[in-house]
Design a protein around this ligand. Sequence first.
Ligand code: GLU
Ligand code: ZN
Length: 304
Amino acid sequence: MSFTTRFAPSPTGPLHLGHAYSAILAHDMARARGGRFLLRIEDIDTTRARPQWEHAIYDDLSWLGLTWDAPPIRQSDRIEAYRDALHELWANRHVLFDCTCSRKDILSALGAPQEGAELPFGPDGLIYPGTCRDDREMHEAFPDKTTLRLDMSKAVQMAGGGPFTFQETGTPTDQRAADYTVTGDALIRDVGDIVLSRKDFVGSYHLSVVLDDAYQRITHVVRGADLFDSTKIHVVLQRLLGLPTPVYHHHRLIRDDAGKRLAKRDDARAISKYRADGCSPADIRAMVGLPVASDTATGGGGTV
Ligand code: GLU
Ligand code: ZN
């Protein structure tokens, strides 16, 4: 299958230099390989996504000179696919349970630690202490408007027991390009029972990302190193749902002068701001340390 990659921003604020780096890198990799570059609007969290930010994304990417090879897909149009997968995991695979715990309940089940105490954190936040896991009621119907968690121990079993491996071609911070393997035990211990669907919207980042990457036939996922730790979750979900595992390429993060990585609220680094200040797309490439067209320089270290 030909190289196919994607850029998958959430329309919850302006794209900044970190997004520009990610999008241009993925786009350039696709173009260099005669492959495809696709867009996906990750607007599953309807409490935060706004149409004006989606329009701004198209506008910024076009201004940067990027082109995409199919109409963008939107997660808000894929809710039925997420619901079908959740139904499969609930009714046929029995690897989900409904959870009514508040954050406070979870903290107290973890031993009501004092402020500042060591809490068990995984790539998806606090590692769930298991409170509701054994209370799963055998509902006939798939429960709507409820938090659904993946029973990681059952999921590992149903996914073949592991170990789970993926190919990494990027160089995420302190990692090297290699094949990465995670054991079932490590998933149970270090990730735990993650949320796959929320009370206020169907699905979750981890569920939708694996379904959408398969739906868009993504062969290479190019994204920031901050998502490297989530990849093991994606691989176990792919095994569970019978989906292919793409090759992953996690890239360095663009940092500000203080070494902090850029966040959504870094409006000062918004692409639109640089544009308004008279910068060119070539200036943006240079600022994030990417080669400018017909230029072989690789630029600086990506500090802006
Ligand atoms: N929507 C995610 C973000 O804005 C990217 C998810 C991905 O590339 O897997 O950070
Ligand atoms: Zn619970």
